[in-house]
Structures are given as C-alpha cells and as structure tokens.
Design a protein around this ligand. Structure first.
Ligand SMILES: C[S@@+](CC[C@H](N)C(=O)[O-])C[C@H]1O[C@@H](n2cnc3c(N)ncnc32)[C@H](O)[C@@H]1O
Length: 373
C-alpha cells in the first residue's frame, strides 16, 4: 500500500518545535531518535498522549477485530503451560497490551483449563498512561499488575504475548553509500521542514553488524531494531532458571531485507512520516529473519515465522467460529465471519502478519510450529 494522503500540519506541533530546537542545537538526529521522540517523548510522544486504537482512533488491531484472536492465544498459552510441566505460579505477560482486549479474551479462554487459570497472574508492560487506564477498566486490578519494562516483571516461568508491539520499537536506518554504511538522519530546514539526510555512522555493535545485508547496492537502506535485541536478552535472562515462551505477532517480512519501511498512520490513513510529529502513529515493519537471528544470538529457540492466517487456522479458528456462530444472532454471525476472514485472508491480514515463537527452557516446539517443521 502507498500513503493516501500527506496532510501537512499548518502549525508545527509542540513536539515538532522541540525537535527543531534539538536539531538546531545538536545537528541532525538519527532516524531512531526521531522515531523514539515521536512515540515516546515524555510530554508529547504519541504513546504518552493519544488513544490510538479503534474506529475513532488511528488503527485497528487483530484483537479488536475478533474475540477469536485472543481466545486462541489463551488456549495456546494453556497448552504451552502444560508443556512447561504446569508450573505454579506462572506469569502471563503482555507487551504493549493496547486496550487490554487480547488479555481479556485470553483469560476467558483460559477458564477451559481451571488449573492454569488458578496458577496465572497477569503482567502488562505498558508505557501509555491513557491505555493503562483503559486496561484497568477492562481487566480490573485483581490479578493484574503494570510494569514499565519486562525487566520489572518478577522472575519465574512466563508466557509472553506481543501483538503489534515490536513495530513500535524504534529502528535505526543505515544507507549503503559509496562502499560504506551511513546513518540515515533527520534534519530541519526552515523552508522545507523536516527532511532526511545522511550522516557518519554511529557505533555498530557486533550483533548489529551480523544483521546487516552482505551484498548491498548503492542507496540500499537497512533497518536495525536494537531494542528487540535487548528484549530478547531480557527473556533469555528470565529463562536461565525458569521456562519462558513468547509469541511475537506483527506485520513484516520473513525473507530479504525490505529497505525503508518507516510509515505513519493517522485516522486509518497513511500520512507523511514528518507530518505532525507526536500526533501520528509511526512504525516500521518487523524483519522476522533478523528477529530469528537475534533470538538465536541471545541463546533462545526461535520458531517461524508462520503466516498469521495459517497459525490461527492450525490453532482451531474454524472450530471456534462454529461454536460462536451457533450461539449468535444473524448480526453477530455476520460479524464473526467477517472478523475471522479479515484475520486469515491472505489478501487482508493473513499473510502480511506473521507469528514467531521464542522459547527458553522448553524441549519441544510450541504448537503449531512442531507441525510445520
Ligand atoms: C500498536 S499498539 C498494539 C496494542 C495491542 N497489542 C493490540 O494488539 O491491540 C502498541 C502498544 O504498545 C505500547 N507500547 C509502545 N511502545 C512501548 C514500549 N516501549 N514499552 C511498552 N509499551 C509500549 C502502546 O502503548 C500500545 O499499547
């Protein structure tokens, strides 16, 4: 898809002014710093101030489209918990839980296995105060606690969900120019506004070097998501003593690097990445090939990626829909069918969205990845 509109704000946003001052003082900033500021600036960042989800927001996600999504993940968690040896207690951790819909649907499905339901506590890793209060409203505070990062979640066995979380972690962009990698940066010009430029390369860790394409052509752009390396290391550290299983679901690519995938969305339409900084969602595709390498380098097992459609069908989407259809009114039946189709149809979310499982301390592939090997 291509952007449908680039609605330039007439007045600079408060964050745009802050970024202009920063660039005027320090010079151009790396793309990762621009993306981080747009999403996470403590005063004006998108995820600090906006309510992004739903029809009245900027985008809609799988759990908001169909309850079946969260329910199947809840059943997946129950079966992984059994494969872990049914540890008690067990933490169900969700990274970036949005409105809390996925967790609510997963917890309802987990009632099918009462011993699992009794063993679990829910840990939500969420930076948005706006969304935290929505989550508290939906989920209550009984078994739920909130954390700024996964490092704050108490040690122990854990099952982790991350739906459309990785795409919100900032990416560095490197440009291959004249036989070397350069840092893609954001500059500001009084006449042209924000614009891309190329600067000298900031330090590259060994892990980052391992993720770069081997044979780039002049002008190629590579994206590096170092926060994902940190996240996987944190999961690995938790797994030194206790089993961990994480499910990453996101839109992205599983094969060769895709170049520049930075995109802005506002009101369910694409916008320019420099339009209204702090007021539009800014994401970049997840490079699942890199994620698998990052997991491997962290000493974790990595399974997939598998297309979301196939993943949900193998987990039993059709049977779950049939059960719901029997109990539904005609209007509900219509919505169940259209929601399920949207999740699995290859022309909608079924192929673009992918699922990868990452494990520590588990001897077997989690379902349905064992069936894929
Ligand atoms: C695209 S939304 C996905 C929401 C939810 N998973 C869903 O599927 O509906 C991204 C979520 O990640 C949260 N988030 C973004 N960056 C974060 C960070 N660095 N740490 C924790 N949460 C973050 C956002 O506030 C939001 O809840």
């Amino acid at each position: 898809m291509t952007p449908q509109s680039a609605t330039a704000a007439t007045e600079p946003t408060p964050l745009a002014r802050k970024l202009m001052a920063r660039i005027a003082a320090d010079g151009p900033i790396p793309v990762s710093a621009y993306m981080d500021a747009c999403l996470n600036d403590p005063e004006h960042g998108y995820y600090r101030t906006a309510q992004p989800l739903g029809r009245s927001g900027d985008f809609i996600t799988a759990p908001e489209i169909s309850q079946v999504f969260g329910e199947l993940l809840g059943l997946w968690a129950a079966s992984v918990w059994q494969a872990m040896g049914a540890p008690k207690p067990v933490a169900l951790i969700e990274l970036g839980p949005g409105r809390g819909t996925l967790a609510a649907d997963a917890l309802r499905a987990a009632k099918a296995l009462p011993a699992f339901q009794e063993a679990l506590s829910l840990h939500l890793v969420e930076t948005s105060p706006v969304l935290q209060s929505e989550q508290a409203r939906l989920l209550g505070t009984g078994i739920t606690t909130w954390h700024d990062t996964i490092n704050d979640v108490p040690d122990g066995p854990a099952i982790i969900f991350a739906n459309e979380f990785l795409d919100a972690l900032p990416v560095r962009q490197l440009v291959w120019r004249d036989g070397e990698w350069r840092e893609r940066c954001v500059a500001h010009d009084p006449d042209q506004g924000f614009l891309f430029c190329e600067g000298s390369l900031a330090e590259l860790s060994t892990a980052e070097q391992n993720l770069l394409p081997c044979d780039p052509a002049d002008g190629d752009i590579a994206e590096l998501r170092s926060d994902a390396t940190g996240l996987l290391a944190a999961i690995r550290a938790r797994g030194d003593a206790q089993p961990q299983a994480a499910l990453f679901i996101d839109y992205g690519h599983g094969e060769a690097a895709a170049g520049d995938t930075l995109q802005a969305v506002s009101g369910h339409r694409y916008a320019g990445v420099f339009d209204a900084p702090g007021q539009h969602d800014l994401t970049a595709h997840v490079d699942f090939r890199a994620l698998a390498k990052q997991a491997d380098m962290a000493g974790l097992g990595a399974f997939g990626p598998m297309a979301q459609g196939r993943f949900l069908l193998q987990l039993g989407l059709e049977a779950r829909c049939q059960t719901l259809l029997r109990a539904g009114t005609p209007a509900q039946q219509q919505s169940i069918m259209s929601g399920a189709r949207r999740l699995v149809d290859p022309t909608q979310m079924g192929e673009l969205f992918k699922v990868m499982a990452v494990t520590a301390g588990l001897s077997e592939a989690p379902p349905p990845f064992g069936e894929q090997q």
